[in-house]
Design a protein. Structure first.
Length: 277
């Protein structure tokens, strides 16, 4: 099973007719780090099901053994990392990657509405501060968002360090906004940080690939950035942050009109290359 397919499988199990599968899926999504180091017996006890139910879940997920589950969980806790391209030459690499990027960007039209984008821009434009967090590959998107929004004059901060993001979110209060980025929607440090921010009264905007996840449940506004409908697409191993970056660019474009260009011009003058060099 590919690592992109595993989260999809867990999300489907949340709607399973079997209560034991729902319990297991919910526990694995909420506690992936703990589950990754558990034995089958420990997992069964922690999730409130029998060991036999764990075995049935493995078969239902298409896994051959419990070790495969632990491997998938270990990959999941670091979010969705980049993988090598499954192509053999430069021309094929160009064709494959360009195709993935195009589909990722175009999918935003079907996963996000203009109303959602407008709501996100409204929340951000009236925020006293904006904190942006992400781990693993999603940290790339989070830092990109910080750079774009900061240049518009928003009071922004960014963190990919688990302890720092938790402390920062614990201090957030009403009037501030957290942008939490997690492709899987179940990166534990991100979901825990989002919960802390929400507890303090902050608004939470989530960027994720899934509509059902621990992060989605915590969010005031969820922006889903890709569509994952194929169980095992040929490009499943390719990085999928292009959709996230596109959403950030959409927000940036909308906010630049609402907030004006004065502060952007000030920052552009600073980063403008010195013509004398």
């Amino acid at each position: 099973m590919s690592q992109n397919n595993f989260p999809e499988t867990l999300h489907r199990m949340l709607s399973s007719r079997r209560s034991t599968e729902r319990k297991l899926a919910a526990y694995l999504l909420s506690e992936p780090e703990k589950s990754a180091v558990m034995s089958a017996e420990e997992l069964a006890e922690a999730s409130g099901v029998s060991t036999a139910s764990v075995s049935r879940m493995l078969r239902s997920a298409g896994m051959l053994c419990f070790a495969e589950l632990r491997r998938e969980l270990s990959e999941l806790t670091g979010d969705l990392p980049d993988s090598s391209l499954p192509v053999s030459d430069a021309a094929a690499a160009m064709t494959t990657v360009c195709g993935v990027v195009k589909r990722s960007v175009e999918s935003c039209r079907s996963t996000i509405t203009a109303e959602q984008l407008d709501e996100a821009a409204s929340i951000l434009s009236r925020s006293s501060e904006v904190c942006i967090i992400g781990a693993g590959t999603s940290a790339v998107t989070a830092q990109y968002a910080f750079t774009k929004l900061f240049r518009l004059g928003l009071s922004c901060s960014f963190s990919s360090d688990g302890i720092i993001m938790k402390m920062k979110c614990a201090l957030m209060r009403r009037g501030s906004t957290l942008i939490a980025v997690s492709s899987s929607g179940c990166t534990k440090v991100v979901t825990e940080s989002a919960a802390l921010a929400k507890k303090g009264g902050a608004s939470v905007i989530a960027l994720s690939d899934y509509r059902v996840s621990p992060l989605a449940r915590c969010a005031d506004l969820l922006l889903t950035t890709t569509t994952r409908t194929s169980p095992d697409p040929p490009d499943a191993e390719l990085p999928l942050i292009q959709g996230q970056l596109t959403v950030i660019d959409m927000l940036y474009s909308l906010l630049s009109v609402r907030l004006g260009n004065e502060k952007f011009e000030l920052t552009r003058n600073i980063v403008k290359p010195d013509k004398q060099l």
